[in-house]
Ligand binder design. Sequence first.
Ligand code: FE
Length: 265
Amino acid sequence: MSLDRTTSQVLFDNGTHKCISFTSLVKGEGVQANQFLIIDHERAAVLDPGGDLTYIPLTMELNRYTRLANLDYVMASHQDPDIITSMPRWLVYTDAKVVASKLWARFLPHLNSAFMSDRMKGNWLDRLVELPDQGQSIALGHAAILAIPAHFLHSVGNFQFYDPVSKILFSGDMGASMVENASQPLEDFEAHIPKMKAFHQRYMCANKVIRLWVNMVRKMDIEMIVPQHGSAFIGKEKVKQFLDWIETLQCGVDLMDERIFHCPV
Ligand code: FE
């Protein structure tokens, strides 16, 4: 398989700590999705690696930056197919632990429990870091990644991953957009709104929980918000523009009414 050398972007690199984004590994019918690698002092974590569609191209890309033997974690913001359906492969072919909400711990083995139990190293509970609702700090190399709560944005047990070294918030589906080229920097925020509005109106649960999230995030020192689909918000001005916009958005149950809830026949 030949690899497009533009598939990865180095978001941050200070010599011992790196954050890398992969924006164009999904081919075919699957929705565009970004995958991420964080490395600190040679220890590595993969964030939202996706499913079978991305497992092989992603592992080939990872080998350009680290060895699979250095992979300590596969972190999942939530349970969706484009997030973590490759989980059995990571459990069989690496020693990485899966980091996910405690709400999904009993559901994830359904992805392929026979394959896992036959061939995975260790048992499922030893390979799982179950996140409590309030989140937690996860040691990586000489640093730590913070799992921060983003429940109902959009999944019932939903986390984002904040890297205090790079000051990047890996935001899962918050801030997601459908764009031609996810590796291109976002220039015009107003022109970007139509590329994310309908998605957030349907996939995010309610404005109440968006405001809780925005209030928390405004207190954090964030240089980039990097979603799992589409363009990143790079720089404090773009981060502020996104927070100001999403804070007032009505979405999810705010928009449900009798026009949807009536019997179609
Ligand atoms: Fe999702």
